[in-house]
Design a protein around this ligand. Sequence first.
Ligand SMILES: Cc1cc2nc3c(=O)[nH]c(=O)nc-3n(C[C@H](O)[C@H](O)[C@H](O)COP(=O)(O)OP(=O)(O)OC[C@H]3O[C@@H](n4cnc5c(N)ncnc54)[C@H](O)[C@@H]3O)c2cc1C
Length: 306
Amino acid sequence: MLTRSALIYLSQQEGLKNFAARFGLFKKLTTRFIAGETIDEAIAAIRDVNAKGCTASFDHLNEGVQSVQGTEAEVREYLDVLSKIDETGIDSNVSIKLTQFGLEIDPELAYRNARRIAEDAVRRRNFVRVDMEGSNVTQVTIDIFKKLRSEFGLNDVGIVLQSYLYRTMDDAKDLLKTPARIRLCKGAYDEPASVAYPDKKDVDENYVRVMQLLLSSGTYHGIATHDPKMIDATVDFAQREGIAKDAFEFQMLYGIRRDLQEQLARDGFGMRVYVPYGKHWYPYFMRRLAERPANIWFVMKNFLKG
Ligand SMILES: Cc1cc2nc3c(=O)[nH]c(=O)nc-3n(C[C@H](O)[C@H](O)[C@H](O)COP(=O)(O)OP(=O)(O)OC[C@H]3O[C@@H](n4cnc5c(N)ncnc54)[C@H](O)[C@@H]3O)c2cc1C
């Protein structure tokens, strides 16, 4: 049986990534989790998501971009996305990854590129979420976010924290001083026990603790999870503390627990669906398999059906 670590390891293999992209395995393998290869396909998916009472966040898949030219293409893609959101009237913001904008080349380049997206988003009254990646870039991601946050408003830019990291409660307290809008997730990368809780039980307990801190802060945050236990804990805490349903939102990934997405929207909670699209789907897709290895059988069944 493939373990979570093995699947995350495979997600980082360039050769497999290129093989998967070159041979166009896209449609057969990925349709459940990825909205398509083009902006127009992502827009069509977001229209469906909006029709079900959910908002969305665009994610152009590409991480660890290693050339300045490549980062420029990513900036152009996101500017195009922001303009198309306006043109089509769909209800969506955007999520970006700093390694997509050159973090591994030069943090200053990543900052300048992210700033260009934030500037355009603000002009269009939209919102940019800075995703969180591996623990090797946690601090620099927070530093760049803080720089952006000092230039843009609370409702212009936000960040992500991961409950599997030991440091997250401290980061949350620190960021709330600014204040900042935070998306809380469990964390999707393979992290060593020196920085992250190895046991799921501890990750979940920390999730609940940080969720309670965020909900009590009076700032609008995103509670990103498909875990019914985390969702129930959030709903219970909000009810107990008299926190309004529209004081925060739930967030889930495209194609995962659609039943729960629609149920929460029907129950009057904000529900935002993260909609990934693009040709570089391989690492994202593999992380989804790592979260739930049973998905491998789902994917294989579809593949064999032709
Ligand atoms: C909107 C959003 C944005 C995110 N952004 C980031 C980010 O910036 N950085 C980061 O590191 N991680 C991010 N993640 C991923 C996150 O860290 C987790 O890896 C992922 O959400 C799985 O954790 P869980 O909370 O759903 O709980 P888990 O304990 O992993 O799963 C609970 C239950 O949810 C269902 N489920 C979970 N994953 C899947 C799956 N892949 N397929 C089918 N069912 C599944 C299953 O029923 C499972 O039993 C994001 C997640 C969401 C929802």
